[in-house]
Ligand binder design. Structure first.
Ligand SMILES: [Zn+2]
Length: 219
């Protein structure tokens, strides 16, 4: 998913709220700076134009005094990191190692053998220093991933297919447990050749990203 489609406030990442652009750094550098310092996190290391183009802040981080009609912000609006809903547990680096890499990736890597090349995008938990060190320690080679992280990972198409299937079900799941069951059943029913097609598309995806110099592709 492109960064511009979700909130860049650390631990927020909402995509369904209204998302606001940063102030234009070429027109109002002072406000732009106030925004980036208030938001913090990884954007502090990013280029101004990049932030303006690709990063967004969701509506929940603005106090009501900055709201005008139709969820448009007033001209002097600055984000505060107030979140008006409980935060979901995030996948942090420790959990990523303990719950994903150790039990699922490491044993599989040995099975594949010396040509195993591990792929993950630049999500915060993946890119953390302790994760990089851990993967080095266990001799796992990680595939280069462009900074802008275009939708190169075929798993995103699996998630889309899974969502389509779960949404099409009747009756609609009413409880968390029903939803969980629905997801597991639909996952099992995705045909193996759909997965194989995605895997086989990987060399073409990679070539397209290289040709686009790490930018967006038709995938
Ligand atoms: Zn947000």
């Amino acid at each position: 998913m492109a960064a511009a489609k979700k909130c860049c406030v650390p631990n927020c990442g909402l995509a369904n709220e209204i998302l606001h652009k940063f102030p234009n750094p070429n027109k109002d550098m002072d406000r732009f700076r106030t925004w980036i310092y208030n938001v913090g996190g990884d954007i502090l290391g990013k280029d101004n134009e990049y932030i303006y183009k690709y990063r967004r802040v969701c509506h929940l981080h603005f106090e009501s005094k900055y709201h005008t009609r139709n969820k448009i912000l007033s001209i002097d609006a600055v984000p505060t990191l107030r979140l008006s809903r409980p935060q979901l547990p995030t996948l942090n680096a420790e959990r990523y190692i303990r719950e994903c890499l150790e039990p699922h990736v490491i044993p599989y890597a040995d099975y594949v053998g010396p040509n195993f090349l591990f792929m993950h995008d630049n999500a915060r938990a993946h890119a953390a220093g302790i994760v990089r060190e851990y993967l080095q320690d266990v001799n796992i080679t990680v595939m280069d991933w462009p900074a802008r992280s275009p939708d190169m990972n075929p798993i995103d198409h699996m998630w889309d297919e899974l969502k389509r299937r779960v949404r099409a079900r009747q009756p609609v799941a009413q409880t968390m447990q029903e939803l969980k069951t629905a997801i597991e059943e639909e996952w099992e029913m995705i045909p193996q050749n759909f997965i194989e097609r995605l895997i086989n598309s990987m060399p073409n995806r990679m070539r397209a990203v290289v040709d686009a110099h790490g930018g967006n592709t038709r995938y």
